[in-house]
Write a protein that binds this ligand. Sequence first.
Ligand code: MUC
Ligand code: MG
Length: 376
Amino acid sequence: AFAKDTAIRSVRATIVDAPTRRRHKLSNTEVTHQGYVLVRILLDNGVSGIGEASTLGGPRWAEESVESIHAAVMNYLAPALQGQSALYFEANAIRMSKAASRNFAAKGAVESALLDAAGKTLGLPASALLGGAVRERMEVIWALASGDSGQELEEAREKLRHREHRQFKIKFGFNRPQADLIRLQALRSGLGDDVRLIVDVNQGWTESECIRFMPALEELDVALVEQPVSALQLEAMARVARRSSIPLLVDEAAFAKEEIARAASMGCGSVYSLKLVKSGGLFEMKRAAAVAAAHGLELYGGCLLESSIGAAAHLAAFATLPRLEWGTEHFGPRILVEDLVTNPIRFDEFEICVPDGPGLGVEIDEDKVRAYARKE
Ligand code: MUC
Ligand code: MG
């Protein structure tokens, strides 16, 4: 009877374009709006669940766009799940894999909505369904990405003053390396030596640029360098890692577990960035964490500028990991002009708090979603 009550009655996807507080630049794109697909799943018991797929600059950060995610959810994933119980997460993940290969953001949003609906049905937080939380909050990193070091310094100082963030990820690769280094130098001298700085090149450098410019990053006491070279150049990344005294963070180079195992075995880096857009589901993201950890990599809770909906899904899984050495970078809810929920995730004392209500623990703000929903 329970399985019948929790049968999936309908799956709906909505494209949302949510404005950001400022321009956010990456090596290969820049955004002033965040493109999301919100997935709403209604069960036979009348409970509905929400999930979110995030993109960055269309099909730029990864190959999925809001349009392709919408199409994958409505045409392939929804029919595969129709009438199935929401509670059989692994069985539903297998159904989705049979219906569509990769399409990780789309699958991640659907599974998040299933966990939300199941958690709301059972009165349990999603973290309980994912194994149970071992932490309620985690240190949260902020990204500096306007490209204007004066503005970035002011933004970082404000975050420090409000005791919201004391670790910053600086986006590199959209300038010449020399210009980015001048920018980093200004941030280091303006913020002092106690602030932890991470650099994300988003595949923007060649191996030769790494050889030339990584020593300057070492001089500036950068704690971590994320994805300096192309995701496809695993050998080059491994050579860069071998020369560097700064650990490398593997991001775009490894999505699937097998890719993580390969990148780790080759020595491409020492830390792995966990993201729903790479794993395609929260249970699978936990397995990604296990594979990375088994190869000796530390873990970093990655983001793709999600709203509180997508952030809550990530946090539910991050909360259950035995180890999460680098905390998380789920600053997305605060980069939006307006969050998409009525109860945004709380930031407190340099940490982000895992919502503890049933399901994802956030309530969608229908007015805001209507206002930002893309008109057909
Ligand atoms: C990425 O490559 O890590 C996360 C934070 C940010 O500024 O960009 C994203 C994606
Ligand atoms: Mg990255």
